[in-house]
Design a protein around this ligand. Sequence first.
Ligand code: NAD
Length: 505
Amino acid sequence: MAASEQISTYQSWQDSAEQLISNGLANQAFIDGEFCDAASGATFDCISPRNGQLLTRIAACDAEDVDKAVATARQAFDAGVWSGLMPKQRKKILQAFADELEAHADELALLESLDMGMTIRDSSTMNLPGAVECVNWYAELADKLYDEIAPTQPNALTRIHRVPVGVVAAIVPWNYPLMIACWKAAPALAAGNSVVLKPAEQSSLTAIRMAELAHKAGVPSGVFNVVPGMGDVAGKALGLHMDVDALAFTGSSRVGGLYMQYAGQSNLKRVALECGGKTPNIVLDDVEDLDKAAAAIVLGAFSNQGQICNAGSRLIVDRKVHQPLMDKVRILAEKIKPADPLDPATEFSCLVDARHTANVLRYIQAGNEAGAKLVCGGEQEAGDDCQCYLQATIFDNVSADMRIASEEIFGPVLSVIPVDSLEQAIAVANATVYGLGAAVWTRDMKRMEQAAHDIKAGVIWINCHDHGDISSPVGGFKQSGFGRDKSIHAMDKYVEYKTVWIDLS
Ligand code: NAD
């Protein structure tokens, strides 16, 4: 199914979904340029959170498959079929890969929505264009990065080369499956590495298609492999593998910590972690536009059903503007109704699966039990048979010591914490183990600068929230991880710096 203008109505997305599923979805591992079953023959069920439908059964790879994928990636790397190409040749092929993604945009958007419940509106207008832009951006970068000469001494030539690390394992989560896979794979491939990608078990479908499309575009066999499977089996096998040189992970801080242990127990592979967050929106009493702030706060808390690492899950608000802001936020949040992700009118749909939904409901219960004031939502949507549709939920009068104020919920729950000053707001903002992002709403330059300086987070937004561009890095402080995705800085994860010192004396 190619990207097309006419596939835009609810009915046509539903018809396309039915056709796609009845044609049979790609569900195997992709190793050495071919689809294959898991060596054990094992599979796992791929269930849509949209309606509980069994979409397909996916190959459940284990250590044997991971061995095979890493061996083929190593072989391709050593043979130089990709690592040895001229950068401009890699650029051309990656551009062709981006073209393939674009040509299959409707299909990929649909797969994402079916697989993990992203609204078709977001997957087709944001996720897919973002993935295509990312691959094109790193394709362009492939032949734009120069090496360096160090200013050492007149009778020496000291060159600093960027060389690919070798075999890169990319482990990704389910909340933006295709886009985050591209954030890892595109710079790793642009630098000349071979890649083994393990998608989250909740969202493997676009990764599997992505590998096939990359191969079709000309990425040589063995250079880009996909091993779907369970985290504690296929993911762990990659983490412990003695022949993986670097591992780029996005997911929870708990599992990020496991990958550091795996690296320590095996070959000290280089690890980069993009982990959880508990992003605050800080609204000060001199906020310029309360309506703009309210709209951004609601969008930031509930986009993708709150399943965003940088979801603005905490609202830290000066008491002087607390009530007027809350009146606006509540009105906007109460309009949000969970609905079918395949309806292009839907802005808020289902969570990724029933297990995760139950977990979010436990946090809502914890908020109620701790005495926070439930402003709206708090329940599963009536008539939700597959138990994945939750209401947008807001708790007010939350104190910083409550679990809903400090732990990442990764669902549609906003915790509102009133404060009395900028200093107190910053202290509350910093009072979690996370440091991914923070937003501050004020018209005072000094307060902007103080907040930007004092808040420990990888990205600070002033008078906006979660704005981004492929040219600006994302990543965290503290237990939100280390290393950066996006921008030129992402390349650091996938290259070694090699110094060559020539004595000219
Ligand atoms: P997760 O940590 O449960 O899983 C992430 C990946 O790790 C998956 O591929 C999974 O299969 C694998 N995994 C799980 N258990 C494992 C184990 N025992 N050993 C090895 N691998 C294992 O995270 P998730 O639920 O898929 O995603 C949500 C998390 O991702 C949230 O914490 C969110 O904040 C984070 N996230 C961060 C960013 C960022 O840029 N910082 C972006 C998106 C998501």
